[in-house]
Write a protein that binds this ligand. Structure first.
Ligand SMILES: Nc1ncnc2c1ncn2[C@@H]1O[C@H](COP(=O)(O)OP(=O)(O)O)[C@@H](O)[C@H]1O
Ligand SMILES: [Mg+2]
Length: 228
């Protein structure tokens, strides 16, 4: 049997990546609405916890029991569950699958936490590479100010406090995001990211995103067939 990694599947996979506050969710939401309005079969999924490991993840995080390796493995289990139960079946069923964060989020975060990059790439080797990966290249200061202007409560791991970079959560978040940004920049050529200027307006970005999707994917193929 041929592996599902190499066989052509009818669906197409589109991912958005970038820092917190870089504009990913805004753009993928607008893309989703536009595709749905055109009558396309669309499935949207986010980088969040599946029921299967939610308890283990929150327990491990709360008690700070996780090492970079176990932290990474738990997130990978989480992703694998979502991948095998949702993303892959929908790609097989011929959907346009839109992912708000994909494996590159794990590559960036876990590498910053000290996991070896080749180990991470191998760990996530079961996951298909997206047909299009948009990278929202928003300057660090812009992304930070979008997130931090409201002085949100940052969670311990969200602020990267486990890395011991700073005692102040906001300062820790800054340093953590800076390192993640560097990882994204280092990955962009290897993984063929489509780089979107994160300082452009929402409308300009969306026009570029739609244009690139239309160029790369034969969209009429993904419309629901009307039954006569
Ligand atoms: N191009 C843009 N210009 C100005 N503000 C933006 C832009 N894109 C998004 N925003 C705003 O920045 C904040 C973060 O955007 P969001 O799409 O949630 O980012 P992400 O999903 O990458 O964390 C939101 O308040 C959003 O309205
Ligand atoms: Mg978001």
């Amino acid at each position: 049997m041929k592996s599902s990694l190499t066989t052509e599947l009818p669906g197409r996979l589109i991912a958005v990546e970038g820092l917190d506050g870089s504009g990913k969710s805004t753009q993928i939401y607008l893309l989703k609405r536009w595709l749905e309005m055109s009558g396309a079969k669309v499935f949207f999924t986010e980088w969040n916890s599946s029921v299967i490991v939610k308890k283990a993840t929150s327990k491990g995080k709360k008690r700070q029991l996780l090492t970079p390796t176990t932290f990474s493995l738990i997130h990978c289990t989480d992703f694998a569950d979502r991948y095998e139960r949702q993303i892959l079946p929908l790609l097989k069923a011929g959907y346009l699958v839109l992912c708000d964060r994909y494996i590159f989020t794990a590559f960036a975060r876990d590498a910053v936490r000290g996991c070896a990059r080749p180990w991470l790439h191998n760990l996530y080797g079961f996951a298909r590479r997206p047909d299009i990966t948009f990278f929202f290249n928003t300057p660090l200061q812009v992304a930070l100010s979008r997130i931090l202007s409201g002085r949100p409560q940052l969670k311990f791991h969200e602020a990267g406090m486990d890395l011991g970079l700073a005692n102040d959560p906001y300062e820790s978040f800054r340093l953590f995001q800076e390192r993640i940004y560097r990882e994204y920049l280092a990955m962009k050529d290897e993984f063929g990211f489509r780089v979107i200027d994160g300082s452009a307006t929402i409308e300009t970005q969306q026009a570029v995103v739609r244009d690139m999707v239309s160029q790369a994917i034969d969209l009429p193929r993904y419309r629901w067939k009307t039954v006569r």
